[in-house]
Every structure is written in C-alpha cells, then in structure tokens.
Design a protein around this ligand. Structure first.
Ligand code: PGA
Length: 233
C-alpha cells in the first residue's frame, strides 16, 4: 500500500470550499490517502486520515498563534508534515524540525519529514545526497531507529500554485529514495514536487518510491484521484 498525501497549503479560503473539496476525494482506496487541510479547518473536515501541515514543538504554554500536537491529537490527526521547504524558507531550523518530530512521536502522530530544501536542479548527485543526509540526520537526532516517512521534495520541482512546475525525473527520485533507504533502512520515501495525473505513473512504477506528496493538484479532485490510482499498481 502506498501513501498519498494531499498538501492543500493555504487553500481554500472558506470552510465550505474545504468541505466540498474533502467530500470529493473518495474515502476508499487501495492506497492510504491523507488530507492535510489548513489547520483551522481540521476539526470541520471528515476524512479517514487527516494530517496537519505543521505543528509547534512545545505541548502548551505562552506561544501565541501556534498549534500543539495535543490539539492535533484531540482532533484525530494522524500525520503531520514537518520541514516543508516553504517553512524552511521562512526560517524554520533543523533544530526546530527535530523538536517537532520528537513531540509528534511522543504523542503518536506520524511525522512526514520533508527534505530537499536548498538543492538545485543542476547539483551533482553527491551534493544533493550530502544536503539530504544532513537534513535527515539533524531531523532524526535522538529518535533512534524508528521507521520514518520521508518526503523527497526537491525544492526546485515544487510548483508555484497549481501543478505547473517541472517535476524531477522519476529515475532521479528513485535513486534518491534508494540512497535514503541505504542510510535509514526502515524509511518510507515519498516523492513530492509537481506531481500530476500525467507524470504520477512514472513515479509509481518505481517500487522504491512509497507514495507521493501532492500540492497544487490536490486541489483538483479529479486529477488528484488519477494520481492516487496511478499508485495503485
Ligand atoms: P506541488 O507541491 O505538488 O504543488 O509541487 C508539493 C509540495 O509542496 O508538497
């Protein structure tokens, strides 16, 4: 079974639209589909597997505007994206990422560690591997040999909006997934970055890729469904 995660980012703008979007994604699939709506809508969306897009590293206290894992857990949230490049670009550090992962694990919410920020399309494989390994090691500090879901999202491949970016080559994503698995044997490695209905099959065909993290296209249910179906095989 593959894991397909829909990252709605800061969309849509109203609760009504969010509920309509969620209800248009089929609830039954051969794969596990996780919806990550904006935090504010989490309590109002009905879907078997819900994820948050981020969380705070402290459980409670004087932290204005933050969301704690205890709050997420009380809503039945099962997954949480951590280290997304859009958050790293806003200044999120490896230390914060590690602290978030630790508190998520403590409260039995599955972290989905995103790596790939800081890589460039023309970087050599060895440079990319070095960047990724450093991000993974820092993120996993102190958590032992636990299974971890890691999303390889080369930052240059992420679309700006509705899936109009250029994805990585599936062979490249598979090579990186193999590399990550060679370092962390029990990692499940997803690919993310401009996945769409057309290109998903190429990634799905690589057995080493455990699923996808979908941004822009997850806002278009019919196309998103085709990505989910592509990973059925
Ligand atoms: P994208 O986003 O599918 O729109 O490229 C993926 C992500 O940022 O998680």
């Amino acid at each position: 079974m593959k894991l397909i995660i829909a990252n709605w980012k800061l969309n849509p703008s109203t609760l009504k639209e969010a509920q309509e979007l969620a209800s248009s994604v089929p609830k039954k699939s051969k794969n596990k589909v996780v919806l990550c709506p904006p935090t504010i809508f989490l309590s109002q969306i009905k879907y078997p597997f819900l994820g948050a897009q981020d969380c705070f590293w402290e459980e409670k206290g004087p932290y204005t505007g933050q969301t704690s894992v205890l709050q997420l857990r009380s809503l039945g949230v099962k997954y949480c994206l951590i280290g997304h490049s859009e958050n790293r670009a806003l200044g999120e550090t490896d230390k914060q990422i590690n602290a978030k992962i630790r508190v998520l694990i403590r409260h039995k919410i599955e972290p989905v560690l995103c790596v790939g920020f800081g890589t460039k399309k023309n970087d050599s494989l060895s440079v990319i591997k070095k960047i990724l390994l450093s991000q993974i090691k820092k993120a996993m500090g102190g958590i032992g040999k636990r299974r971890l879901v890691i999303a390889y999202e080369p930052v240059w491949a992420i679309s700006r909006g509705l899936g109009t970016g250029r994805p990585a080559d599936p062979a490249h994503a598979a090579e990186i997934a193999g590399f990550i698995r060679s370092k962390i044997a029990n990692a499940a490695v997803l690919y993310g970055g401009s996945l769409d209905a057309k290109n998903a099959r190429g990634f799905a065909a690589r057995k080493i890729i455990a699923g996808g993290l979908v941004g822009g296209v997850s806002l278009r249910p019919a196309e998103f469904l085709k990505i989910v179906e592509a990973f059925n095989n």
